[in-house]
Design a protein around this ligand. Structure first.
Ligand code: SF4
Ligand code: SF4
Length: 321
């Protein structure tokens, strides 16, 4: 993938160009000091490298949404998804990798796919924080356009067509590869025998000791870009119609694994902490063995009692005691 250096004025021209196609979203720091992803104007400056508190999953998987409605006449309806494009500006590599993971989890989910097809991703390089620990990746994340060090790369046909339209702002005589830091990561990959270490750890005091501090507040999952558990709730109207909704759920909540008959598969916090670790580092089903933690560090920042999955990984692997 070859990138081109751009001239002064390119970033502004790009934002204005993308605005013609859809609603712009960017990360801004509000008065309370919290960075949030929210609708932006053409005045948005692409140089920002802030990680928003709630990641882009909130656009693809809204906290609460109707899945379908069945009116009394039986004419099944799915909700309409807005038709305009949503352009996400200044998305950092860890959030782009997180979207790549969600894309595979929700590959057959019609609501997700409709929104995803309308999403335009403009990525940018990060400045690693003290809390983050992204793993190395074998290939770059998905993006339409990616900007770093005064250079721009197109990762889709939409991105290529944008650059063709803005060719006057580019120096086409030189092409550069994507920055090596994009895939290099800041921490080591999880060890190959993690599955064994994890299974053998069931009765180690590690989980119980750490979970004693856990408040089951769920903040870590809420801010995680690859946590996507949802609950399904049906409600019947007085007219006989039924609406099915889904809403964010959280594996740290006490009733997350409560099933009909009253059995709870994970009644204590140690089991719930271990379950979240399993999801983040080992995955489930067809994606078993794939790490979904992109190392953004949001959970570390959000946890009121400093529980850190990467530290648990190091202890599990014997790197630290
Ligand atoms: S587990 Fe924590 S560090 Fe990993 S992706 Fe989720 S929020 Fe980021
Ligand atoms: S944020 Fe910390 S205290 Fe809250 S559920 Fe997660 S690990 Fe437990």
């Amino acid at each position: 993938m070859a990138g081109h250096t751009y001239r002064k004025g390119f970033e502004k021209a790009l934002v204005e160009h993308l605005h013609r196609d859809g609603q712009l979203w960017g990360v801004a720091v509000d008065d309370d000091g919290v960075a949030r992803l929210r609708p932006a104007t053409t005045a948005f400056e692409l140089g920002s490298t802030k990680l928003p508190l709630i990641p882009p999953k909130k656009i693809l998987l809204p906290p609460r949404e109707a899945m379908w409605h069945l009116p009394p006449d039986g004419a099944y309806r799915e909700p309409e998804i807005q038709n305009d494009k949503t352009v996400l500006l200044g998305i950092l590599p860890c959030d782009l990798y997180a979207l790549w993971y969600l894309d595979r989890v929700f590959a057959e989910d019609s609501s997700y796919l409709k929104r995803r097809q309308k999403l335009v991703l403009v990525g940018t390089m990060c400045q690693p924080s003290e809390q983050c620990f992204c793993p190395p990746h074998a290939s770059p994340p998905p993006f339409d356009l990616f900007l770093a060090e005064g250079c721009v790369w197109a990762g889709s046909s939409l991105g290529q067509s944008c650059l063709a339209d803005l060719a006057d702002h580019l120096d086409m005589s030189e092409s550069r590869p994507l920055p090596a830091e994009l895939t290099a990561g800041k921490s080591d990959a999880a060890p190959e025998d993690l599955e064994r270490l994890f299974l053998e750890s069931r009765h180690r005091p590690l989980w119980k000791n750490e979970a004693q501090r856990c408040l089951s507040c769920g903040a870590c999952s809420a801010v995680c870009p690859t946590c996507y558990c949802y609950d399904v709730v049906d409600s019947a109207g007085l007219d006989g119609g039924v609406t099915r909704q889904r809403e964010w759920d959280n594996c740290f909540f006490r009733n997350h694994a409560l099933v009909a008959g009253g059995h709870n598969f994970r009644p204590d916090r140690a089991e719930r902490l271990r379950f979240r670790f399993e999801h983040k580092y080992l995955g489930f089903g067809e994606m078993r063995g794939e790490q979904s933690c992109v190392g953004c560090g949001r959970c570390v920042s959000a946890c009121p009692v400093d529980i850190d999955l990467s530290s648990l990984l190091n202890r599990l692997c014997g790197v630290i005691q």
